[in-house]
Design a protein around this ligand. Sequence first.
Ligand SMILES: [Zn+2]
Length: 312
Amino acid sequence: MVVSLIFIILIGMKTAKRRLLISMIVGLNLFNATVIYKLWWAELQQVKNTKKKKSTQPTKVKSHLATDTAIRAQVFMPIKGRSYKLSTVAMQKLQDYRIRQRKLAMRYPGLIFFNGDTAKKEVALTFDDGPDGQITLQVLKVLAKYKVKGSFFFVGNYVQKYPQIARQAYKQGHLILNHSHTHQSYINKSKQWIKQDLLAAENAIAQAIGRRPAMFRPPYGDIDSVIIGEVHANKYKGIIWSYDTLDWTGIVKDSIAQGVKSGIRSGEIVLMHSRQGTMPTAQALPDIIMYLQDAGYAIVSLDKMLKVKAYK
Ligand SMILES: [Zn+2]
């Protein structure tokens, strides 16, 4: 109908007018075609996107949850802890070292931990370098009195020397974890050397308590990419700390307690020692525990805090 009407109009027109009208009709149709094509393309893209969303949605949710948990545990808080026994220069050097350690560890999410979930009012108390025949026992006594669980990073050599102390700590419900066999820094050691030392300590602990730890704290907190790789290859998670009491520098018990009390943060992993010469730590412990409990912090072991298994 419309076509025949246009045909009649065209016959009645002179050539110039006819040409103008034809070009108008063609132009209008071209415009219409472009609009129709654009609408069709937009619709096609929308359908494609909906399909994409549908197919990736479960993975997205899953990976989001996984990342969320991992990231929370992997918030690397700045390491804190000062000592009046260290000079300003020594303290600055230590601070620079802490920053380098943290930067390196951040490249290996999930393999090395400095602290727990910063959204939870939890603290983990960790004790290095034992067992010995005196301080470890004193620490165990305090922990039992306040019904608190601690995490002990024992040195393999000393576990061989004091297996009954390691056993006692384990039986009291504390974690017995790997802090190397010889307490030498792992920096610049071969992969083979690292593996041997790790396993020697692991075997000593297994002999004493019948369990093989799955958490390792490198001596002096020394890490590099080789060490992190070997720790992972031997089925360990690396654990450092976020608060260093610096009890090893020889500060008095009140300074140790005061340091923890003034600086404590949620998710804190506190480093202390249970070896010869660290009696002030054992003496400061009741004060620290009472303060934390009064302030509403839950004192938890590392496996609970990090949701990482303590034993293989
Ligand atoms: Zn140590």
